[in-house]
Design a protein around this ligand. Structure first.
Ligand SMILES: Cc1cc2nc3c(=O)[nH]c(=O)nc-3n(C[C@H](O)[C@H](O)[C@H](O)COP(=O)(O)O)c2cc1C
Length: 286
């Protein structure tokens, strides 16, 4: 079967998920063409048997470029199935609200979300995980994803748990409505650290950073994706009003020995539950 996948990635975690899905589909004799939602290209599903959508959860919502990309799809004559693979820094069920808006946009276009999966990947914002934790998250995702794909290919639908006030909850927290426009203007480059490599300017997916008359300017199109912050080799980009939540160095995703995490207490149980459930599933499948 031939699938189309649309994705948005800020710091690269979602890209890892979609490349894993692509190679797993390929090894099962299927194909997945990937389109970066930021390219803003009109999406045509002619000739495809289904759609995959990959996104990082941003404040309990799907990122703006994913929503715009879904809206650009024309209504199909015949329904086709869709798989959502979202990932985020916590496996809280509140994050399930993130797909509601997207699912209704797709449904109006005859694209029916049959399977929805949520993987734990390292935080690009709020706090930094240890490289050990990042490696563990990535390894678990790489083992769960093939099993999840098989469920979809076998026609077994998987939907996530919803909660009573999920719609208003997600709508209120749609941080990119105001967050980027507002907080984006407070981003700064520390001139004492900056070596003017222009990586932030080149990497910004929204083309929101410019360098004029020896000064960096941040416009109102910021997506809060943190790519400029994380990829600055000198840790010179300050994340505006949320600077204390900055995560400023890419994760290595290399296997390291055990490292203690300085994560907040509320996450501890949540991570433990995710890994226990995942490892049980992986063990059963062996
Ligand atoms: C602006 C912003 C908001 C986020 N909000 C959430 C959230 O509500 N829940 C969560 O679990 N993770 C949240 N995260 C963490 C990301 O979902 C997570 O780090 C993800 O792996 C980033 O993927 P990427 O590298 O593809 O951008 C947020 C990250 C950013 C940058």
């Amino acid at each position: 079967m031939k699938f189309l996948g649309i994705y948005f990635t800020g710091t690269g975690n979602t890209k890892r998920v979609c490349l894993t899905a692509q190679s797993e589909l390929l090894s099962r004799g299927h194909s997945l063409d990937l389109v970066d939602a930021i390219e803003n290209k009109p999406i045509s599903l002619a000739g495809y048997d289904g759609l995959f959508v990959f996104y990082p959860i941003y404040a309990f919502n799907a990122p703006k470029p994913i929503i715009a990309c879904a809206k650009s799809i024309k209504k199909l004559e015949k329904p086709i199935p869709c798989v959502i693979m979202k990932q985020s820094g916590e496996h809280l069920f509140w994050n399930n609200a993130s797909s509601l808006h997207l699912i209704s946009i797709l449904k109006r276009r005859n694209i029916l979300v049959r399977n929805e999966y949520h993987y734990l990947m390292p935080y690009s914002f709020v706090f930094r995980h240890s490289d050990y934790m990042a490696f563990r998250m990535k390894s678990v995702m790489e083992k769960l994803l093939p099993m999840d794909l098989d469920l979809f290919l076998q026609g077994k639908d998987v939907h996530v748990k919803r909660f009573f006030f999920d719609r208003p909850f997600a709508a209120i927290l749609r941080i990119q409505r105001w967050g980027g426009r507002f907080n984006g203007r407070f981003y700064k480059v520390d001139a004492n650290k900056c070596v003017q490599c222009m990586r932030c300017v080149k990497e910004c997916p929204a083309e929101n950073i410019s360098f004029e008359d020896g000064k960096f300017r941040f416009g109102g199109k910021c997506l809060m994706c943190q790519r400029c912050v994380m990829h600055c080799p000198k840790k010179a980009v300050k994340a505006g009003l949320f600077d204390s939540w900055r995560v400023d160095e890419p994760y290595s995703f290399e296997e390291t020995g055990y490292q203690e995490e300085r994560k907040p207490r509320y996450c501890r149980k949540n991570y433990q539950r995710y890994f226990e459930e995942a490892e049980k599933r992986i063990g059963k499948a062996k």
